[in-house]
Design a protein around this ligand. Structure first.
Ligand code: G6P
Length: 373
């Protein structure tokens, strides 16, 4: 009903506008006054965590992209390998699991059958399973050794939005906790990262407030487009995948997301005059080499006539050089940038679907939770 949508005309619209709250609520109560991580709710012994030598994230859809984001951060902070695997692939390939492997099952609903089967398999092999889940008491957390709940609030729209941000935050809390327990980061560094996370909701809000207009104007210009390419690097790569998935799911547009470094290995063959290409640009600060590489990828597709839509950090001196449109986002540490970069892509997909007159909350053929194999 209209009341349930709280004045928004769709649940998806409402839920995108709950992105800032999803982040702040997921952070709430997970650190003490000194800034140390406090994850007592996760009933796994500190000593067990100290012994963990590998993480495997299992998930499907959007949750798997949150896992891919987390890989970059956790490997950097904790110095242990993090594999991310689609639950249905993991389950049937005889993965290497030991008692020192932590399997992290990420699921908004807690009911995705493939993810459930994957965690059952991992537990049978003697590994510990920690669920990152948005639904209290659902099957996946019930069957896991421990759970870290995302506090995004109920997500009704079939396409996941705010849960994605909350999943990234929860996975980051886990990473920081492991770093604290294993001593792989300085306490100050952990505290600073928590402070940076606490600053994210206001930055997300700024994107929601400040970019809505340019996003809807861009959607109008693109309303006849039949396909989109999305590209990003490092943590921008899973953001590209998620942006592509949103547009595919609710606007029924053929999309492909890929790592910008792969451009020359195939995708550039698809670029013809007018082809829309969405690019997530890493920060230019700190002489980031990846920034320049992504800028040259934009230049290359532009030279072949692409219509370039760029997500970039405010103050980036190069972002609009080859861009037809820029969606700006506030500065933040690189590892946290997916939390702002994905927001314009969520809004863009919503606008594109609305312009086509589609039911954004209930896209054809899709279910909120896939409870069959
Ligand atoms: C379905 C939904 C997606 C979701 C995926 C995983 O495909 O439509 O939005 O990302 O399932 O769901 P889960 O509840 O396990 O996160």
């Amino acid at each position: 009903s209209a009341a349930e949508k709280g004045g928004w005309d769709s649940f998806m619209d409402k839920e995108i506008h709950e992105d800032p709250a999803a982040v702040s609520n997921t952070l709430l109560g997970r650190y003490d006054e000194s800034g140390d991580l406090d994850l007592d709710e996760v009933h796994i012994d500190e000593e067990v965590f100290r012994q963990i030598d590998k993480i495997i994230v299992v998930a499907c859809g959007t949750a798997s992209y949150a896992g891919l984001v987390a890989k970059y951060a956790i490997e950097h902070w904790v110095r242990i390998p993090v594999e991310v695997e689609l639950a249905h692939e993991f389950r049937y390939r005889d993965p290497i699991l030991t008692p020192r492997t932590l399997v992290v099952a990420i699921s908004q609903s807690g009911e995705t059958m493939d993810t459930l089967m994957a965690l059952r398999h991992a537990r049978e092999q003697g590994s510990r399973v920690l669920a990152i889940c948005n639904t209290q008491g659902s099957t996946i957390p019930r069957e896991s050794d421990a759970v870290l709940y995302t506090h995004a609030g109920p997500e009704v729209a079939v396409a996941s939005t705010k849960a994605f941000l909350a999943q990234i935050v929860a996975a980051y809390l886990l990473g920081l906790y492991l770093a604290q327990v294993k001593g792989t980061m300085y306490r100050d560094e952990i505290h600073q990262t928590i402070d940076s996370l606490k600053a994210m909701p206001a930055k997300i809000q700024k994107v929601l407030d400040g970019q809505a207009e340019v996003i809807s104007q861009t959607a109008e210009r693109m309303s006849k487009a039949r396909s989109f390419l999305f590209l990003g690097r490092h943590v921008g790569y899973p953001v590209a995948l998620e942006g592509a998935l949103k547009l595919k799911e609710i606007a029924y547009i053929f999309t492909e997301g890929f790592a910008a470094g792969e451009l020359k290995h195939g995708p550039i063959a698809l670029v013809e005059p007018g082809e829309p290409v969405v690019v997530i640009v890493p920060s230019a600060r700190g002489r980031n080499v990846l920034h320049d590489k992504v800028i040259s990828a934009i230049e290359e597709v532009k030279a072949r006539g692409a219509f370039t839509i760029v997500v970039a950090e405010e103050g980036d001196p190069d972002a609009d050089r080859y861009a037809d449109v820029v969606f700006w986002r506030p500065p933040c540490p690189t590892l946290l940038s997916p939390l702002v970069d994905v927001v314009p892509l969520q809004l863009f997909a919503l606008d594109m679907a609305r312009l086509k007159g589609l039911d954004v909350d209930k896209p054809r053929n899709l279910a909120k939770s896939v409870t069959v194999e």
